[in-house]
Write a protein that binds this ligand. Structure first.
Ligand SMILES: [Zn+2]
Length: 316
């Protein structure tokens, strides 16, 4: 792996890496995961981009944190970080036998190479089970979203999710792990992220083509990820997904504001019942002042769960 790539991983903000690993960081501190901690002994230095525990002495940078917390070797920790942060985005197969290479995805993502996958979508048995039995999604929604599935050489099933621009051109692809728990645990301690970030740097909003169908004054729901977006569509709402407010480009913000001013679009959101969910809501509300907050019931952590619940209770 070359030095520049490693440096990119080392430069990932240490507190963000900690949060992706499930640590709850507050005021540059969190409970130390390396000893039985009750007083937030692990502290982060934004300046040096390192962590240090004043009780057990654990210390290091972003790669060390992943290695020690997930008990991975150096290379696996780098891969995990890359997958979780959209730094190196080629799969093992695509990498071939060459070294890990950084992809400036905006320059090298070639949609024409991939577009054909989505012309005749194929859903494997695990994909159908996940989408229709577990998530109770509407077949029409899955067709509209052109989801397709594939299995890699290790026998791992993936759902492949195309991102389109408003004109229907393929601009990016995201993979979601489908395989069951057994297959997952065979993969390096089960820490493979469920979602890989989209290939192609343009995918900051999912399901853009739905905007062409928005009527004057109609409601548009904003979700955090594709899964919630499919559930929202299956519930009969028009919806887009915005995974992160910080990924929104000025053009995206302008597009959303235009909807507001020209179509009087009313924006709605059911934030996930956790701190990142509420934070995303507040960030989006800065872009969309009329964004309306809906509260999920206490036993549902996201809209997908709520949808499955209401679906089995036949409320919707
Ligand atoms: Zn410690």
């Amino acid at each position: 792996m070359d030095k520049q790539e490693l440096q990119k991983l080392r430069d990932l903000p240490i507190e963000g890496v900690a949060e992706r690993l499930g640590l709850h960081v507050s005021r540059h501190k969190c409970l130390c995961p390396f000893h039985d901690d009750h007083h937030a002994s692990l502290s982060f230095s934004v300046r040096t981009n390192r962590y240090r525990c004043f009780v057990c002495g654990a210390s290091g940078g972003s790669i060390d944190l992943v290695m020690h917390l997930l008990k991975k070797d150096f290379l696996d920790a780098c891969r995990w970080l890359a997958d979780a942060n959209n730094v190196l985005i080629l799969s093992e197969e695509q990498r071939g036998n060459s070294q890990l290479s950084t992809l400036n995805s905006q320059l090298t993502f070639d949609p024409t190479r991939y577009a054909r996958f989505f012309e005749h979508p194929f859903l494997s048995e695990p994909a159908r089970h996940f989408l229709f039995d577990e998530r109770k999604l509407d077949e029409r929604v899955i067709r509209w979203c052109r989801l397709t599935s594939w299995g890699d050489r290790k026998g791992v099933d993936w759902l492949q999710i195309p991102y389109y621009d408003r004109e229907g051109h393929l601009i990016g692809i995201q993979n979601r792990l489908l395989s069951d728990a057994t297959a997952r645990s065979n993969l390096s301690k089960g820490a493979l992220p469920r979602f890989r970030f989209p290939y192609g740097a343009q995918c900051s909003i999912y399901n853009l083509p739905v905007l062409n169908r928005l009527q004057q004054g109609e409601a548009l729901y904003i979700t955090e990820g594709c899964s919630d977006c499919w559930a929202m569509l299956s519930a009969g709402h028009k919806a887009i997904a915005i995974p992160s407010a910080t990924l929104l480009k000025p053009a995206d913000k302008a597009l959303l504001s235009t909807l507001n001013s020209e179509l009087s679009t009313a924006f709605h959101m059911y934030p996930d019942r956790d701190e990142p969910g509420e934070r995303l809501f507040l960030q989006l509300q800065k872009v969309l002042p009329n964004l309306e907050h809906h509260q999920l019931p206490p036993d549902c952590k996201d809209f997908s769960e709520y949808y499955v619940l209401t679906k089995s209770e036949k409320v919707l």
